[in-house]
Design a protein around this ligand. Structure first.
Ligand SMILES: C[S@@+](CC[C@H](N)C(=O)[O-])C[C@H]1O[C@@H](n2cnc3c(N)ncnc32)[C@H](O)[C@@H]1O
Length: 505
């Protein structure tokens, strides 16, 4: 198998990004090839060949003839120079401009390029018009155009498997793709891969596999979600997250919600999203924690001005209560924990000047994040956030009411309330800490192997939250008592839990 990391190092990131070159992990490629060939076809086409992940997986099947298309001659030459067992047919061509071919089965990881970077889009759109009569939406991205074309090229009775970002299930341009997937009898399956997001770093939503079998007819479309490769292998032994009758599926509706139903259904009249109150943003990325994160004793040794050293939570474990108070930060300082961030202004004190020179001697100003800052030691601008949300968790997320001026690094996302949202911060905190809040937020999480759960700021911003009227119904005294209860580690009082239960139907 050709080494993908070596290739990446040789051509560099910008070449790979320009061509949408991200490589399918072998386990995913094997799963897709095995599923497609289980349909009985003896030939397989990969329209976006790259370094041949699917061809490699198909070598395990005897007597299968493999063909591929690849636009980029650099990757093709690299591949050809390093393998003796390439496919029988491998063309250096633009798949989107090479028409009039048919295939018994198709397997693909299409280039993921947003419509703005989809370079020959005009020529492709006019080719689609000429060959299919279809007018593609101007926002159609490259991967969706690949899928549409492949569906058209599949011979009757053929199977197709695509691994790609699933955002087309929710977007306007995806309507054409969904309509094509629903046209005529078939079996249609979507599998969201919570474990493989890194393969598609630019994808804004979920990544997953589309399986389409034109030989069989299943009235229900099945939606699955997997957290690991092992789960993928046994996927059809488990029930889908949802299966939806085709009669209830309209091409112009959003389909992503079928992949993330909450265990409880909500009363739509009582909820909106967290965005009603403000937004979460990620914590500060320093670019060199070993330089910018300091212990109080070091601040003294360096002779920094007070204004150059800001209190900052630098590790999740520094917060042990659901309410962070000034006393907690004083205690961390007394223990000489690393809870200070070096944040110099433009006028450096003598101590800061010497420390910056020390950093330069260590070549920190050449580091990736820092060389784009001016000056390199100028940190990201953030205000202390009144609510903190743990980025990673196992067995339940950490949400903290922050009563201090401390900033946080990337271990926490910080909530920046809007002007009207400020009045609701404590109530929102109680909702997030309640069991109803936890159930409803679970639908917005990303799940990785080993029960690790992650939230990105936008996952939180789009998550379900009660409408202001629901929060306002909580009396001030109840709120104060509940915050005190959480501060003492006693959990959310049952009165508050009961109040939020009204959100569920
Ligand atoms: C996401 S990579 C997948 C590579 C490989 N099949 C895999 O799964 O690891 C997509 C590949 O399609 C190629 N490509 C981009 N645009 C193309 C086009 N219009 N026609 C054919 N190949 C294209 C890229 O150069 C890249 O190698």
């Amino acid at each position: 198998m050709v080494d993908t990391s070596r290739y990446a190092a040789v051509v560099g990131d910008s070449h790979r990004r320009r061509h949408g070159q991200f490589f399918t992990p072998p386990g995913v490629a094997r799963f897709m090839v095995d599923w497609v060939l289980a349909g009985g076809a003896r030939s397989l086409h990969d329209p976006a060949f790259g370094l041949g992940a699917f061809h490699e997986a198909a070598l395990r099947h005897a007597c299968v003839s493999f063909s591929g298309s690849e636009l980029d001659s650099t990757i093709l030459n690299y591949y050809r120079a390093r393998t003796r067992r390439g496919p029988s047919t491998l063309r250096n061509e633009d798949y989107l401009l090479a028409w009039e071919k048919k295939h018994d089965s198709i397997v693909c990881n299409p280039p993921y390029l947003r419509f703005q970077h989809f370079r020959n889009r005009k020529a492709v759109f006019s080719a689609f018009r000429r060959h299919t009569g279809a007018h593609l939406s101007g926002y159609t991205n490259c991967a969706s155009a690949f899928l549409l074309k492949s569906l058209r090229e599949l011979n009757p009775g053929g199977r197709l498997a695509y691994v790609m970002p699933l955002e087309f299930l929710n977007t306007g341009y995806g309507t054409q793709v969904k309509a094509r997937l629903l046209a005529g009898p078939s079996s249609l399956i979507f599998i969201q891969l919570d474990c493989e997001r890194d393969v598609f770093p630019d994808a804004v939503t979920s990544v997953g596999i589309v399986l389409f079998d034109s030989a069989t007819s299943d009235e229900r479309v099945r939606f699955y979600r997997v957290r690991s490769l092992e789960e993928l292998e046994g996927i059809f032994e488990t029930p889908p997250v949802t299966s939806v009758s085709r009669r209830d599926l309209a091409a112009d509706q959003k389909w992503l919600p079928y992949l993330r139903p909450s265990r409880i259904s909500v009363n739509g009249e009582l909820v909106g999203s967290i965005r009603q109150y403000g937004r979460f943003t990620r914590g500060i990325a320093t670019g060199a924690n070993e330089f910018f994160v300091l212990r109080p004793s070091k601040v003294q040794r360096l002779g920094l001005d007070r204004a150059e050293a800001t209190p900052c939570i630098t590790k999740s474990k520094q917060i042990s209560s659901a309410v962070l108070t000034r006393d907690d930060v004083r205690e961390l300082t007394r223990e000489d924990q690393p809870v200070v961030l070096f944040r110099p202004g433009l006028d450096l004190s003598k101590g800061a000047m010497a420390y910056v020179s020390q950093g330069e001697r260590k070549q920190l100003h050449r580091r990736f994040l820092l060389r784009h800052r001016s000056p390199w030691y100028k940190g990201e601008s953030r205000h202390p956030a009144p609510l903190l949300f743990g980025v990673f968790s196992r067995g339940g997320y950490k949400v903290v009411l922050n009563r201090t001026p401390a900033l946080t690094l990337t271990c926490f996302h910080g909530f920046v309330p809007s002007l009207p949202g400020r009045a609701y911060v404590e109530r929102l905190f109680l909702y997030l800490a309640s069991s109803t809040g936890r159930e409803l937020l679970a639908a917005s999480s990303r799940r990785y192997g080993d029960a690790l759960v992650k939230y990105e700021p936008d996952d939180l911003n789009g998550a379900i939250a009660p409408r202001p009227e629901v929060l306002a119904e909580l009396g001030d005294e109840d709120v104060t008592n509940a915050v005190a209860s959480l501060r003492c580690g006693h959990g959310v009082p049952s009165r508050i839990e009961d109040h939020f239960r009204m959100l569920a139907t």
